[in-house]
Design a protein around this ligand. Structure first.
Ligand SMILES: CN1c2c(nc(N)[nH]c2=O)NC[C@@H]1CNc1ccc(C(=O)N[C@@H](CCC(=O)N[C@@H](CCC(=O)N[C@@H](CCC(=O)O)C(=O)O)C(=O)O)C(=O)O)cc1
Ligand SMILES: N[C@@H](CCS)C(=O)O
Ligand SMILES: [Zn+2]
Length: 765
């Protein structure tokens, strides 16, 4: 019999219950016990509903109050010393690591967050050194397994594997030079053995161990570590299904197929072509093969016929007892359920599947392949055929004007009129900014008042004119504040934006958006990715009104603010029938018109944010060049249509640039701002080594935490930066936008930033 499985379910609750409860706990409004009750309800909802859809292997242990990697760190006692000794409860230590803490005499910044592979989810990076004292503080996998069992639901626990856990970590501050986290594997394995043995004793018959780094080139060097780890774990553990996702195993398959585990999961959504090689490799073994045929990364309905074909191929080689039908990855990256959507048309709704619907899809596909197809399944198959055909028919509609414009893009359209050195001089005169200009990344606090006023507009409780007046008032407040605190290049604060991507999606043709399609981005912060369904174009200017208004109330230069084509694409659910390149270029043309309109409206600096450019990089190096060419070209297409006086900015948070520096240079933005406050100076050193030539603002403080950076702290950072970067190219700004911050800490932080910049002007005149 072919079993069905879901690799992980969204842990936010159908109505964002977890966000609300976690934030209420942080605000002192509910107790830890009440928070536990909310978590228990959400887990119960997930388990019972996934089970009710007919899924055989229901996941447990992947629920999280903040981040699943952080859960492992807390459980393994990977807790940096700075969080200990303050008398905090284990739960408060956990949250302090996730978001920092500045209260009651405790002042600790958060741990670093990084992007989870090529997704918009962020994990908290484990900090490791030879001093790390691994022990099992608690066994979350067992606790949740038992919790589900008590509800009468048998689950398959999910654990992040030891090799991936270590490779995703970084050397702690106290680590010796050259320390490599993977060297801790022998010390970590006893903890995994204990965890897995306890799971077996609790009655779990199988466990899903995630080793996503197996789809990266780096895993090729870890064959020995994988062999050691799994030969030690297998004898004590429930049956292990080694789980890979987001890409292809490629040559790593050779050693993975030899590991003594019971099963292997591969992602056939991202890498369908790996099926043949995997079948050949596992055929002579006794491995069960779990086929990720239902995408965990997009929201399109699965084509049952195509999935059944892949499944049948595997059955023909391995037999049905050795095949599992699964989601390609955890469903963490998809919204909870389509049934919460009341505004999508029936035609649109018929195109999509969210997490609960996907759970049903794996169950249906598995029952067809098992030969246990009843009348209900036959009807679902028929219905799916119709839905897929309807979507295909819709896809043939194209906007000819957009297609022709993309086809007519010329190389000249990608180039600014003069080289950077010329523009720099022209812009210095035109903008008249002081040395070490201070600026912010765009957003100012999105207060409860802003969000509720927007919600009132949505519900029709206030008119558009009332809402617009309110936004004008907010913009003016932000402008006056910036003038008062002494910032140089101002922003309008983005109060009109629900989100930097959703806002544009809602104004562009070719998108649809959801009411409740929330997806966790980090901690308690969620996003509602818009969905690209057809060719993209800009019916009207999108930001000109607000940027012009902001400029009209100040004499200081105002920076226009847009989200770049690659970031809009990456943080939306893209269409599956057209390449990402084409979608990025369509977006770029729409943004090019917006950039040109902003310049015409008298705006003299425009920031086009591309924080997702690194995240969109393919996981395999051999695929990089193709991506980087179209991604950088798209940014250039959006920004190059302006005169030399227009200062273009771009911004990148999570600046894990690795080897893509030449592409950052090729963007040819006049100024870039990058997240740098939590990385050491190695990042800036690399900019220097590559000879980065344009202006640059490395963030001087972390905005993800409510903690206020001291003036001296910022001065020290500026001084350190100036040891590496040329002083005439340096901007001073925070790491990222301030939308998640409160006004109190924003005022204090920016006052310190401006004071530190003024000091630098005297010190480094
Ligand atoms: C820069 N980042 C972003 C990423 N991805 C994006 N798509 N956008 C980003 O900005 N990826 C990398 C980083 C991740 N960082 C963040 C930072 C902040 C958030 C965030 O604040 N999310 C908000 C939701 C934002 C939003 O869409 N707001 C809407 C609706 C708000 C709402 O809940 N309204 C209530 C009613 C009002 C009330 O009572 O408060 C409701 O509908 O019930 C809006 O402003 O209109 C969050 O709340 O998590 C995300 C990623
Ligand atoms: N302009 C955006 C960029 C975030 S990455 C902001 O300030 O929120
Ligand atoms: Zn940012």
């Amino acid at each position: 019999m072919v079993l069905s499985s879901v690799l992980g379910f969204p842990r936010i609750g159908v109505n964002r219950e977890v966000k609300k409860a976690v934030e209420a706990y942080w605000g002192g409004k509910i107790s830890a016990d009440e928070l536990t009750k909310v978590s228990a309800e959400v887990k119960k909802y997930n388990w019972t509903n996934v089970k009710a859809k007919g899924v055989d292997l229901v996941p447990s242990g992947e629920f999280s109050l903040y981040d699943h990697v952080l859960d492992h760190s807390a459980s393994f006692n990977v807790i940096p010393k700075r969080y200990l000794g303050h008398g905090l409860s284990a739960l408060d230590i956990y949250f302090a690591m996730g978001r920092g803490r500045q209260a009651d005499g405790v002042d600790v910044p958060a741990c670093e967050m990084k992007k989870w592979f090529d997704s918009n989810y962020h994990f908290v990076v484990p900090e490791l050194s030879d001093e790390t004292d691994f022990k099992l503080n608690f066994n979350k996998a067992v606790e949740e397994y038992n919790e589900a069992k008590a509800l009468g639901i048998e689950t398959r626990p999910v654990v992040l594997g030891p090799v991936s856990y270590l490779v995703l970590g970084k050397p702690a501050r106290e680590a010796k030079p050259g320390f490599q986290p993977i060297s801790l594997l022998p010390k970590l394995l006893p903890v995994y053995k204990q965890l897995l043995a306890e799971l077996k004793a609790a009655g779990a018959t199988s466990v899903q161990i995630d080793e996503p780094i197996l789809v990266l080139d780096t895993a090729a060097y870890l064959e020995k570590q994988y062999a050691t780890a799994y030969s030690e774990l297998v004898p004590v553990a429930p049956k292990i299904v080694l789980t890979t996702y987001f890409g292809r195993l490629d040559s790593n398959l050779t050693f993975v197929a030899k590991l003594p585990v019971a099963g292997l999961h591969i992602d056939l959504d991202r890498a369908p072509a790996q099926l043949n090689a995997t079948l050949a490799a596992v055929k002579p073994t006794s491995l069960v093969l779990s086929l990720g045929v239902v995408s965990g990364r997009n929201i399109w309905k699965t084509d049952f016929q195509a999935a059944i074909k892949l499944g049948q191929k595997a059955i023909d080689t391995l037999g049905s007892d050795r095949v599992i039908i699964a989601t390609s990855s955890s469903l963490l990256h998809t919204p909870v359920t389509l049934s919460s959507e009341n505004k999508l048309t029936a035609e649109q709704k018929d195109w999509f599947s969210f997490a609960l619907e996907k759970a049903s899809e794996v169950a249906v596909i598995a029952s067809v392949l098992s030969g246990s197809q009843d009348a209900q399944v036959t009807a679902l198959l028929e219905q799916n055929k119709k839905s897929i055909a309807a979507r295909r028919a819709f896809e043939t509609n194209s906007n000819d004007a957009v297609r022709k414009r993309v086809a007519a893009i010329t190389p000249e359209m990608l180039n600014r009129k003069s080289p950077f050195a010329v523009r720099l001089e022209v812009q210095k005169k035109h903008l008249d900014l002081p040395k070490f200009p201070t600026t912010t990344i765009g957003s100012f606090p999105q207060t409860k008042e802003i969000r509720t006023t927007r919600a009132k507009l949505g519900k029709g409780e206030i008119s558009q004119a009332e809402y617009d007046k309110f936004i004008e008032k907010e913009i003016e407040t932000v402008v006056r504040f910036q003038e008062k605190v002494g910032l140089d290049l101002l922003v309008h604060g983005e109060p009109e934006r629900n989100d930097m991507v959703q806002y544009f999606g809602e104004q562009l043709d070719g998108f649809v958006f959801t009411q409740n399609g929330w997806v966790q981005s980090y901690g308690s912060r969620y996003v509602r990715p818009p969905i690209i369904v057809s060719d993209v174009s800009r019916p009207f200017p999108m930001t000109v009104r607000w940027s012009s208004y902001a400029q009209s109330v100040t004499k200081k230069p105002m920076k226009g603010m847009l989200t770049g084509p690659v970031t809009i694409l990456n943080w939306s659910f893209p269409r599956a029938d057209v390449s990402r390149e084409i979608q990025a270029k369509q977006l770029a043309l729409a943004l090019r018109d917006e950039v040109n309109d902003l310049e015409k409206a008298g705006i003299s600096a425009i920031q086009v944010d591309e924080p997702a450019i690194r995240e969109g990089l393919p996981l395999r190096r051999s695929d990089w060049d193709t991506y980087l060419t179209w991604a950088v070209d798209s940014f250039r297409l959006a920004t190059a249509g302006v005169t030399d006086t227009l200062q273009t900015h771009s911004h990148f948070c999570y600046s894990d640039f690795g080897d893509i520096f030449p592409s950052i240079q090729r963007l040819d933005a006049d100024v870039i701002s990058i997240e740098a406050s939590k990385s050491d100076m190695k990042l800036l050193q690399t900019f220097k080594e590559y000879g980065y030539s344009n202006e640059i603002g490395p963030g001087v403080y972390d905005i993800h935490s409510p903690r206020v950076p001291g003036e001296q702290e910022i001065k020290d950072r500026i001084a350190a930066m100036l040891e590496i970067l040329p002083d005439h190219l340096l901007f001073i700004n925070p790491d990222c936008g301030l939308k998640t911050r409160g006004w109190k800490e924003t005022e204090a932080s920016l006052a310190n930033l401006v004071a530190a910049a003024r000091w630098a002007r005297q010190q480094f005149a």
